[in-house]
Design a protein around this ligand. Sequence first.
Ligand code: 4UW
Length: 548
Amino acid sequence: MPRKSPHPDIDIPHCSLLSYLFPSGEPVSSNPLWLDALEPSKSLSPAEVLIWIRRLAVGFNKLGIPEGSTIMLMTPNHIYVPVIYLATVGSKRRFTGVNPVFTPEEVAYQLKASKATVFLVHPSILEKGLEAARRVNFPLDRIYQFSDNESDIGSTAKDWKSILASEEESSQWSWDPLLGDTSSKTVAVINFSSGTTGLPKGTCISHRNLVANAVQSIFIRFYTPEADSATNPVNRERGLSFLPLYHAYSQLWTINISCKLGIPTYIMPRFNFEEFLRSVEAYGITSIQVVPPVLIMLSKREESSKYNLQSLKHIMCGAAPLSRELQNEISTRFGMTIAQGWGMTEVVCVGLMVPGFLHDDTGSVGPLLPNCEAMLVDEDGNEVLEEGKPGEVWFRGPQVMLGYLDNEEATKACKTTDGWFKTGDIATFSKGMFTIVDRNKELIKVNGLQVAPAELEALLLQCDGVSDAAVVGININDEERPRAYVSVQPHAKGKLTEDDIVKFVGDRVAKHKRLTGGVSFVDEVPRLASGKIVRKAVKEWAKQDIER
Ligand code: 4UW
């Protein structure tokens, strides 16, 4: 018997994301919504955002970009990122964001796999964008420089503002409400994830998925029965955003939830610890979303005591394991609630979350969001009913993605015909709460970001002298790091060094994917007759290596 959410089912409107965020007939606020954390006089209100959305939507039409095509964005965070996201999704196009620190090869991969037809690039990384485009024959006249700062824009590529229609010609444009079933069928966002196995894949996220996850998350964070409207903290919220907006976690909270609830949210271009502390103090920030390394810094770095963080009452933490000890140490020291949640790109974002009013000191990731079900399944495929016993989380709910873009095989491997999504995460269930205890999938998480072992393994096989390779994650000081197990060809034995391999990989991937867990040479990488790496055996090696 699947476990059901302890919360009552809630009403999730069947409509487009814009119809949910800007319901017809409701006034649109002119108060600042997204503010530049470094220069807060730069801001956008919902009323301003709507004008930009209309001008972009009509601009895309005039350029002949058909509905259903993908717009790819590569930029550090800034206040206009939500504008592109909402204009793209709102005009029935598909948004995909790419990590701005990716290498040209990694960018080219996503440009091709997402089938992007327009590529918006921040001027500071334009060269990289152009190189990626050349690698996959992406038309250079469909590349636009995209910045919040006019003076950044040079002459090497067009300015994104050249896409914009005038205010007059776009003032009548209105979005399709996508009523009924169409909201479930229309793809809005293509975020990338390697899922449980293989290379990164485009996840097809519908309008319905996005609306559902925003409604569910708002409910569990703010509108649980204990919070009546008079004391509801939402009215006093001030957010600070530094998680990357190409990732589902930040898209949910920084764009969709902040916009729906009108929470003024200060956006930092990227994470910087001291700047983060300064912003909390300066702007009276009340709640943030983080990944565990931020809490490790808060605990260990001296600067944490130099700033007044009293306004900060609620921290949501997810995307990677956080130890119960660290969670409790910080919440006691700073007098704040730290709530863990579990999410996955494939479930838009979040599926399990400790409710906003609850102080949990067990290290759990909370109960199911409303309208969701989960089963824990053991290695033999049987449901685990006993409390405290681990099993793989199978998840079902309205936020589960439609599937992987152009990859039916991968979709079938993780999604059953009756809607269960096999997450590859191992959890236990006790007293109504789930605790994530392990993973049975290939994924490695570094700083909350995905590292796909298959990607590094394919790269290692291109290194001269390497005959086979397997990559797994190892834990060093509470942080996960990729470690490679490599066998070498006879001619390279004794010549190819660990440093050579670390450098080979480091030169070709974004920083978080580097082999910071080291390299071991082995006679043979264990593989099944099918060719599949026996990861359990490699993980066992890794465990022994750490203990040594
Ligand atoms: N504990 C242990 C956790 C946890 C975890 C995730 O990059 P993705 O695909 O997605 C994410 C999304 C995280 C997230 C989104 C929205 C939200 O509100 C929230 O609440 C805090 C979190 O990380 O990586 C998915 C994989 O990351 C691991 C797990 O292995 C999962 O399959 N993961 N959250 N609390 N591990």
